[in-house]
Design a protein. Structure first.
Length: 467
């Protein structure tokens, strides 16, 4: 009995000693402000994330405390333009923090691109497959996107004709999944046909993201929780296991079927993402392995569908809530159409030439970025100075895209949806540069910009009177 009482006391004493040690070794950060409990525990941060809307909490913290805020004993969020460049620029030595461990399988041999903390391997993998994500490659998927956008437009027309309400967020998720499936595996999942969560895939992804977000705050628990929880379908770990099996089955089906070839010259017709990888694997099995097929396929599904659906929802939300903006956009579309600058099926390249359309996309993603947590990184060897403070090696720092996007000094009247701010800045190169430096929307899907823009375009005619 005495031993049982001693255990929590010893654990508490160990924790206090650890905190004192951390405070001593990072005394340069002792004065960093933040909620009092964040000096002692991650529980404040965990609870705020669990409750949702941490992006708003983070904005309010910076408004109250300034450019550097403590949210956990060794975690600091920063709102500083120079810090963004230092932490996230190409060639940065700031590795991803342990929070990303929650987004991968606990087995160290089963890594994936998004959460990979090995900077050398991550850079090598990106370089190896960068051609698949280049814009010159992505435009070849445009036919896949058009097919899904046409079906989505048909669903909108059906609901409008029947005067039925619809959950656009759900349908955007259906669209995103089908496009990702079409681009990655060469076949749609069928969400747009049925309008429902087929085999619980969406639910599994949502559970996966909830689990990974929260367990990443205490990454040491991930290896202990993942195995037992994977046996339960209701758990986030179970959702991850389901997505893994889902992707593996799609790859198996693809391997068992022969790619379609053009009989005239024997070449593959419009190639999906996986087809291109299989060809690369067959050409050089050492460079592109079976695990690469699985890893990249899974990354597309996990990173692509949710961020794209969120971005689409944001754009449409702000358009529908700002009828003056919507009308100006329709006027621009009519003008471009009358001048013959738009095809019947507007191409991605054509939409890129429309300044107001592009400004709307940018402003919507400024106001509602797809991620709401700081993008955590670890200070490299030797430490570094950020926003006037020295951060020792090993300290965890990050910038929240919402905090950057709602900085009133950079984006005056930041809570107002005003696409014109981007067009006005075109006449002031320095102002535009500052705005772009603080603009950091997150989008993880291959071609997400491509099929986001094309769907928004197709959706604009929903319920519109003929011109």
């Amino acid at each position: 009995m005495i031993l049982l009482l001693l255990i929590p006391c010893l654990l508490l004493a160990y924790r206090i000693i650890s905190l004192l040690h951390t405070s001593f070794t990072t005394r340069s950060l002792f004065s960093v402000p933040g909620p009092f409990s964040t000096r002692l525990t991650k529980l404040w941060y965990f609870n705020r994330v669990r409750r949702g809307h941490f992006e708003q909490d983070n904005i309010q913290l910076h408004q109250r405390y300034g450019p550097v805020v403590r949210i956990a004993p060794d975690h600091y969020t920063i709102n500083d333009r120079a810090a963004i460049k230092t932490i996230y620029s190409t060639g940065s030595k700031f590795a991803k923090a342990a929070w990303y461990e929650g987004w991968k399988h606990p087995d160290p041999d089963r890594w994936t691109l998004f959460p990979d903390r090995d900077m050398k391997r991550h850079a090598e993998t990106r370089k190896r497959f960068s051609s698949l994500y280049s814009m010159s490659s992505l435009v070849h998927y445009e036919e896949f996107v058009d097919q899904c956008a046409d079906i989505f437009s048909q669903r909108l027309s059906e609901h409008a004709a029947q005067k039925k309400g619809m959950n656009l967020g759900h349908w955007f998720q259906c669209y995103a999944f089908d496009v990702i499936g079409h681009i990655t595996f060469g076949q749609r999942f069928g969400f747009l046909d049925e309008g429902r969560d087929i085999e619980g895939t969406m639910a599994a992804l949502q559970k996966l993201m909830t689990y990974s977000t929260l367990v990443g705050i205490y990454p040491e628990w991930h290896p202990r929780l993942f195995g037992p929880l994977s046996k339960f379908t209701w758990s986030g770990a179970g959702g991850r296991a389901y997505i893994m099996r889902f992707v593996q089955e799609k790859i198996r089906q693809h391997n068992d079927s022969k790619p379609k070839r053009d009989p005239a010259n024997g070449t593959l017709q419009t190639q999906g993402f996986l087809e291109k990888m299989i060809l690369a694997r067959d050409k050089d099995p050492e460079k592109v392995t079976d695990y690469h097929l699985f890893m990249m396929g899974q990354s597309n599904v996990i990173a692509g569908s949710d961020t794209t659906a969120i971005s689409l929802s944001a754009v449409m939300y702000y358009l529908l809530h700002n009828p003056v903006v919507l009308e100006k956009l329709r006027h621009e579309i009519d003008d471009f159409t009358a001048r013959g600058l738009c095809s019947t099926r507007v191409t991605f390249k054509e939409s890129q030439e429309m300044p107001y359309f592009q400004a709307i996309m940018k402003e919507a993603l400024r106001m509602h970025s797809a991620t709401g947590l700081p993008l955590w990184r670890v200070v490299p060897a030797g430490g570094t100075e950020l926003s006037g403070r020295f951060f020792p090696e090993g300290t965890v720092v990050g910038v929240n895209t919402w905090v950057a996007h709602y900085d009133e000094e950079i984006f005056p009247d930041a809570k107002s949806f005003r696409p014109e701010r981007w067009i006005e800045a075109e006449s002031d190169s320095e102002r535009l540069k500052v705005m772009n430096d603080m603009y950091m929307p997150v989008s993880g899907a291959p071609g997400s910009s491509l099929f986001s823009q094309k769907l928004i375009w197709n959706s604009l005619d929903w319920g519109r009177e003929p011109v």
